[in-house]
Design a protein around this ligand. Structure first.
Ligand SMILES: [Zn+2]
Length: 248
């Protein structure tokens, strides 16, 4: 009786804790910090959720991805059926540790992907970086790590978080699949392009260019992760993609 009771309580405690994520080593930063991924669920299709590309100034994008991971981890019944979620909350760990938006060598990681529009000189908020795009596309260990991850698992969807323009953006693939509209309608972020300055070599643009429906969200400020509205947007967008994937 005592043992049965103990077993029952242990099972209850395990269920209450949810399912621990599987840690995936994505790569290392230039300063040697690990870039970690965390995988939840057993679906045969994977969606990748990325935050912290722009380091400390966009810390709330990391906070949001950690919070989304904790939400789905605490109650596995909330995971979209058939889908595995892979969270990368800190894609630029040097920027987070050093207090910068860029990588340790000054390259902007979100201008270093092999899009059709990559350029060496790049714009950021209130600044022009003559070498912000890097020596060439994927010249940085952080961007190589993320690109290798995407190409290895070929996710059915990518969500990429930044701050702080308060909009949801998507390329032709996100638009065609309905993913962008689903995210915008359910989160309340207007779906419109970023127009403050030209953006080249963008991670989300590259994912969408290679046929992966991708939504890039700019949170409204640099502080609030805006969890509730992004959970609503992410769940709707992933359901939209999954419905199409299952009918392939
Ligand atoms: Zn950003």
């Amino acid at each position: 009786m005592g043992l049965a009771l103990a077993g029952c309580c242990l099972l209850g405690a395990l269920l209450a804790q949810g399912t621990a994520p599987v840690q995936v080593r994505v790569g290392y930063s230039r300063e040697g910090r690990p870039i970690e991924g965390y995988s939840l669920g057993n679906g045969r299709a994977t969606a990748v959720i990325v935050g912290g590309i722009h380091g400390r100034p966009e810390l709330n994008s990391s906070d949001l991805v950690w919070q989304l991971l904790e939400y789905f981890e605490s109650d596995p019944s909330t995971l979209p059926p058939g889908l595995k979620l892979l969270f990368v909350p800190e894609a630029n760990p040097d920027g987070l540790a050093d207090g910068t938006r860029e990588l340790a060598d000054g390259v902007d990681p979100n201008r270093n992907f092999p899009t059709h529009d990559w350029l060496p000189g790049t714009f950021g908020p209130g600044k022009w970086l003559p070498d912000g795009g890097g020596d060439g596309p994927l010249s940085e260990p952080e961007t190589v790590a993320l690109a290798n991850l995407i190409q290895r698992i070929h996710p059915v969807a990518v969500l990429s978080y930044h701050s702080a323009a308060g909009i949801a953006m998507g390329g032709a693939t996100a638009d065609r699949t309905g993913m962008l509209a689903a995210y915008a309608d359910n989160s309340g972020y207007p779906a419109r392009p970023f127009v403050a300055y030209p953006v080249t070599g963008d991670f989300a643009q590259w994912c969408d260019d290679i046929g992966i429906p991708t939504v890039e969200v700019e949170l409204s400020d640099h502080f609030d992760p805006e969890f509730d509205r992004n959970l609503a947007g992410a769940e709707a967008a992933l359901q939209e993609v999954l419905a199409r994937y299952q009918s392939y």
